[in-house]
Design a protein around this ligand. Sequence first.
Ligand SMILES: *Cc1c(COP(=O)(O)O)cnc(C)c1O
Length: 221
Amino acid sequence: MSIQNNLRSIQASLPEKVTLVAVSKTKPVSDLMEAYEAGQRIFGENKIQEMTEKWEAMPKDIQWHMIGHVQTNKVKYMAPFVSLIHGVDSLKLLQEINKQAQKNSRIIDCLLQIYIAEEESKFGLDEKELETIFEFIQEEKNEMNHIRIVGLMGMATFTNNTAQVEKEFSRLKTIFDSYSNLNTKNCQLNTLSMGMSGDYQLAIKCGSTMVRIGSSIFGGR
Ligand SMILES: *Cc1c(COP(=O)(O)O)cnc(C)c1O
């Protein structure tokens, strides 16, 4: 199967309101261009330097999503162009994104990453930390005018145990729904980013609105 065929068949299987992020990390620009020529405009990368190089090399109507763990000192490199940062997992990082967005006269959309897996290796906030961040953001005097929190992101445990994965996705959906009434100028939750090549159908069943798919489009890494 070619990249274009993979992309078309996945695209055709997605409900209309689910957004596809084509995860292109480690893949060459020529592969991304194949997807671009098939109409894909949203690409996900997990390393800032690699994303920046691809952004420089590729057409400017692409939306670049940072899906990896972000180090505070690297935010400045993507602030001029990144369209959505999926993995925000601390207030400190959010404040740095706000600062760099301001320098670029931009408002940068962010997702807060929630820890839902049972594995130790995944990043993310627990529910208490999430609540603390929302409380901070909602305070009138906070001056985070250059970020917008548009939703949540999570990664399930890497396992064949479907029941386990479903439980984790459902939990994230419940947390997401519990904040659906938030509506401040920089906080409106409309995006739930969950689901990868191996589990996106299940994620959609559990309420995902954005799937991040790499290997099923571009092949193994
Ligand atoms: C690599 C990656 C993906 C895509 O994984 P595939 O299994 O190749 O679809 C999705 N989300 C994140 C955060 C990733 O790092």
